[in-house]
Design a protein around this ligand. Structure first.
Ligand code: CP
Length: 313
């Protein structure tokens, strides 16, 4: 359990204390991950099934590595080589895999709500690895972890999230988590990519990149989610990059020297981030990837029945 949570579906459901429970435990998990021999017996005898109905590089690999560092068995399932191609439903697929007695099902799906639906039909723990444009809770947690690790605290800090907010499950999870942890959140992007009324979630909105990033302690840059957009929402990519992309000149003129740049990946280099910024001194993008393993270790440990007090001992 993560506090009252039997699953990890959406950070909207998490209290501040539940978020901090995961983030604090992930500090201990990162210490394990950085050891020369990165293996502990904490989840020996437990198993994790990764069900990915959408492509992934970082999330699927890090859930698999997280399970293995904790000595759980990990099975990677992909829809392309499964009986989904013969018409089997999501719920039937999940119930059949659950019959093999995994402790945790990790699910990525293009439909928002898919992990929540599965959680209603199985008894094991369910973790969302991203569902449509709804939420990507473990990405939100690893973003919090990365900024907290660098800046010491999230309370009183300012975060700008820039790009295709409307179609971004990362933006939604970040917004829920950072506002609960005391961070001021500014959203920025083309008017067609900002959901109407989003200010009610406790953030501010601007369409001007400079206004968003000046004075910010951290900036999350997002790619345009072409796979979730029907008709084009911007005139062209060059125009988008000119107005909402971050390059070295803008970073030098507008960012605080200590500002952190994050990106969930995959990066469209030259669109939302120029390569020299993506790989430059402000960037903590590869730290995010490493911290993703630590955060997912903490989630798997807690949902597979681990005691947080024992993990920190
Ligand atoms: N951040 C993220 O979700 O990356 P992947 O799509 O590669 O898992």
């Amino acid at each position: 359990m993560i506090g009252r949570q039997r699953h990890c579906i959406a950070l909207e459901d998490f209290s501040r204390e539940e978020l901090l429970l995961v983030l604090d435990l992930a500090v201990s998990m990162k210490e394990v991950l950085l050891r020369p021999i990165k293996k502990v017996p904490s989840l020996r005898g437990k198993s994790v099934v990764n069900l990915f109905f959408e492509a992934s590089t970082r999330t699927r690999s890090s859930f698999e590595i997280a399970a293995k560092v904790l000595s759980a068995d990990a099975l990677n399932w992909t829809s392309a080589s499964s009986s989904v191609t013969k018409g089997e439903t999501l719920v039937d697929t999940a119930r059949n895999l659950e019959a093999m007695r995994p402790d945790v099902l990790v699910i990525r799906h293009s439909a928002g709500g898919a992990p929540g639906l599965v959680a209603q039909h199985v008894n094991c723990a369910v973790v969302s690895a991203g569902d449509g444009a709804h939420e990507h809770p473990t990405q939100g947690l690893l973003d919090c972890f990365t900024i907290r690790e660098r800046l010491g605290s999230l309370e009183g800090k300012t975060l700008a999230i820039v790009g295709d907010i409307s179609h971004s499950r990362v933006a939604r999870s970040d917004l829920h988590a950072f506002t609960k942890l005391g961070t001021t959140v500014r959203l920025c992007g083309p008017p067609t990519m900002i959901p109407a009324g989003v200010e009610q979630m406790g953030c501010t909105v601007t369409h001007d990149l400079r206004t968003a990033v000046e004075g910010a302690d951290a900036v999350v840059m997002l790619r345009i989610q072409h796979e979730r957009i029907g008709d084009p929402l911007i005139p062209n990519t060059r125009e988008y990059s000119r107005l909402w992309g971050l390059n070295a000149r803008k970073a030098a003129d507008w960012l605080k020297p200590s500002a952190l740049i994050l990106h969930p990946g995959p990066i469209n280099r030259g669109v939302e981030l120029s390569p020299d910024v993506a790989d430059g001194p402000h960037s903590v993008i590869l730290d995010q990837v490493q911290n993703g393993v630590a955060v997912r270790m903490a989630i798997l440990y807690l949902l597979a029945g681990g005691d947080p007090a024992e993990a920190k001992a």
